[in-house]
Every structure is written in structure tokens, then in C-alpha cells.
Write a protein of this length. Structure first.
Length: 459
């Protein structure tokens, strides 16, 4: 039996998350958890998001990366490396990393934090309780210098807790514990009131941020996602950051994704207690501590034997140069960009320039690097022929990207009621992974392969 596109958000199979420890392999390399996202969160829960909402790059960035860390007062380190993908194709990996740790009590800039909490009837069934648990975990880690405002909304928006500092933590917790679901969903009214409160207490010396916690199903007031995102973007341009945290399975992906993209921030997802701890505890630095804003990456390739493909991202091409606007990066974050390049007999070279605004000093910084690769000089052979993906870091990220692409392709076929092609796409991704990894060899690869296998079993 095929499932229609309106039924895609129903659970297919629940997959438990595999625990990962934070490992520091040397003084200048990091293996870290990765950052939560809706694409990865929904996939872990065994749910197909709409295919256009699945971001391959979010699957890659969710997992562990061994990348050089910034030195001195730099906020972002950039790492370039080439590898062979096939006999006639190479792959360039661009890795970005921010400083690993920040002492939230001492180093994080004071917060002007506005929590916008959806209390509508659609947040029943334990969703609002999950949000409340996460907020209580977060409040315990804030400081006396931090300003907290709580806006709630259902049919109407309300200023539930005027701005107060964390010394009044009992009042904050009392308000959070008193919230209950009911009414319709005036998301636009709640978000705009949250932005107004953030602007009322705006301080350029603080991190000014709104956190929207919702299932994203707007049904009262302004409900057009594009209009809501446009009005949100206007506040983002005034210096108010936005983090969106989706709750539950039947989210309005389009709205929350547009809001996150407008603010160039992450779209998080909460499904269970592990998600709550990951977002509000393990990733609190990534949620609250900005390291680099307005990140722009410029890439040019010399010597390519055909069209270059940036995997997952939506670059803008100008002549022989590609530009990618990336999300803001907070502390404790990594990001990987993979580029497939057709190769011939000539060497290829990549020139990459990274520009970003230092979120601490406000200065604009530039990082420029160049990496050359001659496939003849680097060619190694094995009994299977020319060796591909010999760099363990590149091999892992390419494998995860290929399985994620298979999941996205399968979701698209599923929406067209084509089960046969959906299954074929998933098998293709799993088979690619099994060329390089035995079952259980790598926890991160096994996680995404398990997701694809789970979809196959239920189909």
C-alpha cells in the first residue's frame, strides 16, 4: 500500500539515537557531536519530511568531524582537502570549525533573550511539556547578567513575563510550569510581539535573540509563510537573531524553514528526551553563543573537466566563481561543504575565500586558502583498482551525503506514489555505504544507513 504525500509525516519506524562521546584527538583537531537540525531529527524518528525540506548538508553537519580549530583570536578555521571520488571525478572538502568551548558563565556576552512559546491546542499531547522541560534545563545555566522575557501565544499573543534577570529564576520557572495548551495558533502575533520585546531591550553589547518554540501550524492572524518570514527578516536585519525549535511530527516545515533561512540560523527539532538534552544542554553554546555572522564563502576551481557540483547547498554562480551564503556559526560548531569536480589529465586547484563578521569584536574577517591536486601524483591502486576516498574524513562525509541524497530522492518518489523507485533510491544509498563501511564499523555512518534501512523495512 502506498502512502500519499499528505500522510508522509506519520511515523514509519522509530530509530534510537546512538550515543557519541566528545573526543579530542589532538590539541588542534575536534571530533564533536554536530548540530541538531530538522532534517536529521525527522530522519532519526523514522519520518519522511517533504523532499524539498530535506537538506543533505544538515545530515553531514550533524555528525562528528575532525577539523582544525581556530587559533589566536580567530573565530573560524578553514580546512581544504582533495580526494578521488571516481576515476574521472574528484571531491573537494571545505571544513569550517569554530572554537570548541566557551565558558557560558564567564565568556558569553550578556543575553537579551526572548522566549516565544506556542501554547495553542496543537501543542497538547506532551509537546508543551517537552518545551517546558527544555526551558527549565536552559534557565539553570544562565547568569545574573542575562535578561529573559517570555511571550506566549495561542489565539492571541501575550507578554507573560516582562523582561527580568536570572536572579528572579523562581519567577521564570513558576511561569514556565504554569503554561498549558489551548486555543488556535496566532504564530505571527506571538513572533512579532517577541521581536518587539527584543527591540525594546536591544543592546549592541549583548546577544539579542528570539527563540521560537512551536509546531509551526499557524491558523489565526497572518498565516502566509512568506509574509511572516519577510517581517521576521526585517528584525533580523536590525540585529535580532532567531532560533527556531520545532516540536512534534506534523510541523509546518515550510514556515519554520523560511524563518530559519531568513535569519540564517538553524531549524532545530525536538521529538524525545534525547533531543531536549541535546538542544538545551549539550548544544547550549551553539544555541546561545554566536561566534561568526554573515558568513560568505567564495569558491573558484581551475582545471575542472566539466561542470562542478556543490553538494546540498544552493550556491550563486558568477562566471567561474561560486558564492555560498552560510548560516551563522555559534561556538562549538562545525560545517562541511563537499564539491564534486570532474577531472581529466590536468591538475585542478581550488581557491576559497571565507568572509565573516566576528560576533565578539564586530570586525569583518577574511580567510583565504588554495589547494592544488594532481590525480596522477596522488593515484594509488589496490586489488580493486584505483583507490577512491582514501582520506577517512572525506570518505565518511561523502558516504553520509550519498545516503542522505538517497533519502531525499526516496521521499520525492514516495510523494509521487512510486514505491519501486523510492526503494531503489534507498538501496542505492545503502549499497554505496557498504562499499566503504562494514556494519557497525562507524557509528555515524551506521546511523544514516539504519535510517535508510528502516524506511525500506516499512515500505
Amino acid at each position: 500500500m502506498l502512502i500519499t504525500s499528505t500522510q508522509l509525516q506519520r511515523p514509519l519506524v522509530t530509530l534510537g539515537i546512538l550515543a557519541m562521546a566528545i573526543l579530542v584527538t589532538s590539541s588542534d583537531l575536534r571530533a564533536q557531536h554536530g548540530v541538531s537540525s530538522a532534517s536529521m531529527g525527522f530522519a532519526r524518528a523514522g519520518l519522511f519530511m517533504p523532499s524539498e525540506s530535506i537538506r543533505i548538508e544538515e545530515f553531514v553537519s550533524y555528525h562528528r568531524h575532525n577539523l582544525p580549530l581556530p587559533t589566536g583570536d580567530d573565530r573560524v578555521a578553514m580546512d581544504l582537502r582533495w580526494d578521488r571520488l571516481a576515476a574521472d571525478r574528484g571531491v573537494l572538502q571545505i571544513g569550517l570549525a569554530t572554537p570548541e568551548h566557551i565558558d557560558l558563565k564567564k565568556e558569553l556576552r550578556p543575553l537579551n533573550l526572548v522566549l516565544v512559546i506556542d501554547c495553542s491546542g496543537s501543542m497538547s499531547g506532551g509537546r508543551l511539556e517537552s518545551v517546558n522541560r527544555g526551558i527549565l534545563l536552559m534557565v539553570d545555566r544562565l547568569r545574573p547578567t542575562d535578561l529573559v522575557t517570555i511571550v506566549t501565544y495561542s489565539t492571541e499573543a501575550h507578554l507573560t513575563l516582562p523582561a527580568c534577570d536570572i536572579t528572579n529564576v523562581r519567577a521564570i520557572k513558576r511561569v514556565v510550569n504554569s503554561l498549558y495548551p489551548g486555543g488556535t495558533t496566532n504564530l505571527h502575533g506571538g513572533l512579532m510581539l517577541g521581536y518587539e520585546q527584543a527591540m525594546l531591550h536591544y543592546d549592541p553589547e549583548k546577544t539579542n535573540r528570539v527563540i521560537l518554540l512551536t509546531d509551526g501550524i499557524a491558523n489565526r492572524g497572518v498565516i502566509d509563510p512568506q509574509q511572516i518570514a519577510a517581517e521576521s527578516r526585517a528584525y533580523n536585519q536590525e540585529g535580532i537573531d532567531l532560533s527556531t525549535i520545532g516540536v512534534g511530527h506534523d510541523l509546518n516545515h515550510d514556515l519554520l524553514r523560511q524563518l530559519a533561512d531568513a535569519g540564517r540560523g538553524l531549524f532545530h527539532f525536538i521529538d524525545d528526551s534525547q533531543d531536549i538534552e541535546k538542544v538545551f544542554v549539550n548544544e547550549l553554546e551553539s544555541l546561545l553563543a554566536p561566534a561568526a555572522n554573515q558568513i560568505r564563502l567564495s569558491l573558484s576551481i581551475e582545471g575542472a573537466a566539466g561542470d562542478v557540483e556543490v553538494i546540498g547547498y544552493q550556491p550563486t554562480r558568477r562566471g567561474d566563481r561560486w558564492r555560498i551564503d552560510l548560516d551563522h556559526l555559534n561556538y562549538g560548531a562545525t560545517q562541511v561543504i563537499l564539491v564534486e569536480v570532474p577531472i581529466g589529465d590536468q591538475p585542478v586547484a581550488a581557491t576559497v575565500q571565507l568572509r565573516y563578521d566576528d560576533a565578539v569584536s564586530g570586525e569583518q574577517r577574511r580567510v583565504r586558502d588554495r589547494a592544488e591536486w594532481d590525480r596522477r601524483a596522488s593515484q594509488r591502486t589496490s586489488r580493486r583498482g584505483t583507490q577512491v576516498l582514501s582520506d577517512p574524513e572525506v570518505r565518511k562525509n561523502v558516504t553520509i551525503a550519498r545516503v542522505a541524497q538517497a533519502i531525499r530522492d526516496a521521499a520525492g518518489h514516495w510523494e509521487q506514489n512510486d514505491e519501486r523507485r523510492a526503494r531503489r533510491a534507498l538501496r542505492r544509498g545503502v549499497n554505496f555505504a557498504r562499499e566503504f563501511y562494514r556494519p557497525g564499523q562507524d557509528a555515524d555512518v551506521e546511523r544514516v544507513v539504519g535510517i535508510a534501512d528502516g524506511y525500506l523495512e516499512r515500505m
